[in-house]
Design a protein around this ligand. Structure first.
Ligand code: CA
Length: 248
């Protein structure tokens, strides 16, 4: 099994700086997207600290453990995100100007035949398998909680004025709860990690149309078309996409 990954982050059409960060390690076995929040450019700092802390933790842990075991990787990613959360809290404790900064994070750690996906916040992971798009993560957002409770339809949630309110974030108060899941990986699978700047502009059907063209188009071209479409539809937020293609 081989992995091919690429990513792209764009400020969009309405913000004046980009507070998203992404990182792809090696051939794409480890991919991270983080979407920072907080005034005065602090969101930019928060997402950068989180991405660095996650990479550092997984990098250190991979040297020590058998990373081929999904259960080990599950615990490792959860610990990596908790570690990033602690680092953010430490920075805020040392500098009260940073109070209120936080970030989402979505991470995939893939190996032969399996992967672990972890997230906090409303950045998402999707999988396209045999032409069918599936969202692998559940947004930790106020509108999604209302959808799950039956108070809002998915359509109402998309247009809701509170759609940007996240209910879990790294750097927020006290402890955080990380969602982690082990999944099976097949050749030809395509994984997408993205910030909400993509998903508030593009519907799942539109994302799926782009992803289905991987093969005919390179992953790089599909990344840039996803970002291009989000901008054409308004680009109201920073847009970050990472694509991970699995080959035989
Ligand atoms: Ca965002």
């Amino acid at each position: 099994m081989r992995f091919r990954a690429c990513g792209l982050s764009d400020v969009g059409r309405s913000r004046n700086h980009n507070e998203d960060h992404f990182e792809i390690v090696g051939d794409g076995r480890l991919c991270v997207v983080a979407d920072g929040m907080g005034g005065h450019g602090h969101g930019d700092l928060a997402s950068r600290i989180a991405v660095e802390a996650i990479l550092e933790h997984v990098g250190n842990a991979c040297g020590l453990t058998d990373a081929a075991d999904p259960a080990v990787r599950l615990g490792m990613l959860e610990a990596a995100i908790n570690n990033a959360h602690r680092k953010l809290l430490e920075r805020v404790a040392a500098d009260e100007e940073l109070l209120g900064m936080g970030t989402t994070a979505v991470v995939i750690l893939a190996e032969e035949g399996s992967a672990v996906v972890a997230h906090v916040g409303d950045s998402r992971a999707y999988r396209l398998r045999q032409g069918v798009l599936e969202q692998l993560t559940e947004d930790h957002s106020w509108v999604n909680e209302q959808v799950l409770a039956g108070f809002l339809s998915a359509e109402q949630a998309r247009a809701h004025p509170l759609k940007n309110v996240v209910t879990r974030a790294l750097g927020g108060e006290s402890g955080i709860q990380v969602d982690v899941e082990a999944i099976e990986v097949q050749p030809e699978d395509l994984y997408l990690l993205c910030s909400d700047g993509l998903t508030t502009m593009l519907r799942d059907e539109q994302i799926s149309e782009h992803l289905r063209l991987v093969g005919e188009r390179s992953v790089e071209e599909v990344c840039s078309r996803l970002v291009g479409d989000a901008n054409e539809l308004g680009g109201l937020d920073n847009i970050t996409v990472v694509l991970l293609a699995v080959e035989e």
